[in-house]
Design a protein around this ligand. Sequence first.
Ligand SMILES: [Zn+2]
Ligand SMILES: [Zn+2]
Length: 150
Amino acid sequence: MVKLLILLFLGSQNFGFCTKLSKKVRTKQGVAVYRCTCADENWSQEASKVKACTYCGPAMPQCGVLQKVLPKKGEKYSIHDYVLPNIACPVDDKETHKSILSKYRGRQIQFCSRKCKRSFTKEPLKFLKNMIIKPEVVGLKFKKSGKASR
Ligand SMILES: [Zn+2]
Ligand SMILES: [Zn+2]
């Protein structure tokens, strides 16, 4: 009986802990792609790190316009973390068609062709890593001026 009570106690503690965590938005890891406006080139870096243009150097922190955020290997994302509807095909990065869809975890993902749709449904995890992530998931945001901030 005592054992049962302890288990119940631990169970309720754990439950409280879990609800606390789920309410707080955890910033996930990701790869941020910025565009250097001086060199007109893109660079990518860890989204959590301070923006540092590889063309101008860290002395130019204002340089770099956030283009997109890509998933980081090893990080887990929910289907709500992806930018949907997706304008780029997750299989070959071509422009998607609104009519070629596949349901994945309750959301519709668009493809450029039926062939790509078939490839995706066979191995969704392989191609999900090509999908663009919402910047707020990694603690970034698009500014109205187009410049990224945190
Ligand atoms: Zn630059
Ligand atoms: Zn495609």
